[in-house]
Ligand binder design. Structure first.
Ligand SMILES: [Zn+2]
Length: 247
């Protein structure tokens, strides 16, 4: 049995009553009718996690309705529509890592964040946001979102693989998932080389400076990558492997 104790008079005799409570949400006063715990001796309000949390959830709910805001369930649905994790949606929108998690748990979104969330309910807007910020997502998150957008819009969205045809852009994808990226990059480079006459047409020259990239490749793959780098140099295409691959 949980004990409740009055902060004012230290009495442990309390009771639960229903009454109107005034809550403050984002500077706005909201009246909620609900159960609160009071001290029997002096009548002081006594903290009760479960009851007080219910009162505040109700106040948030009233605030959301009053401002026609998306509910936590709306945000979950939005995120699932795009096949995204809480973390990847936060990243794409440039929000803090746990921001979407908090909103799905019931926190009231900042107004600017809320406007952004409303905006991306339209897949055409989401596509726009994505095309401007795609480098904020890992390659696998990009592929998932592209597939979801493709289905929702009924048209193919420019894909990750397609982007990799451009080696300068490709360097941007060397993020935290360097293992996936390194192999995807290697495949893309092979295609570029094939399209330009093959490996044997170019002399060996430069070495790749990024250990963090080559460490995830086998020795044979590393050699191939070095050769491909040489070819790219000869073609006048520079690539920075160190862009985002801090080990
Ligand atoms: Zn008391």
């Amino acid at each position: 049995m949980k004990l409740f104790k009055c902060n004012q008079c230290e009495s442990e005799a309390t009771r639960v009553v229903e009454r109107d409570e005034i809550c403050r949400v984002k500077g706005e006063e909201i009246v909620v009718h609900g159960a609160v715990r009071l001290c029997d001796a002096c009548g002081e309000r006594v903290f009760d996690r479960a009851l007080d949390s219910a009162i505040f959830q109700e106040a948030f709910e009233i605030y959301r309705t009053r401002h026609e805001m998306m509910t936590p369930a709306d945000i979950v649905r939005l995120r699932e529509m795009y096949d995204m994790t809480q973390r990847s949606l936060s990243a794409l929108l440039g929000l803090g890592e746990v921001t979407i998690h908090r909103y799905e748990k019931g926190s009231i979104p900042d107004e600017a964040h809320h406007q952004l969330l409303r905006l991306i309910r339209d897949p055409r807007n989401m596509k726009q946001v994505y095309s401007e910020n795609r480098d904020r997502l890992s390659p696998s998150a990009q592929r998932k979102l592209e597939a979801a957008l493709g289905t929702l819009l009924g048209e193919p969205v420019e894909t990750f693989e397609h982007q990799l045809q451009d080696p300068v852009t490709a360097a941007l994808y060397l993020d935290e998932s360097a293992h996936d990226s390194a192999h995807a990059l290697l495949r893309a480079l092979r295609d570029i080389v094939t399209a330009n006459g093959g490996v044997s047409t170019v002399a060996r020259k430069a070495a790749i400076d990024s250990k963090s990239l080559t460490s995830v490749l086998s020795e044979e793959e590393s050699r191939e990558l070095h050769t491909l780098q040489t070819i790219l140099d000869a073609m006048g295409l520079r690539m920075s492997f160190t862009a985002k691959s801090a080990a």
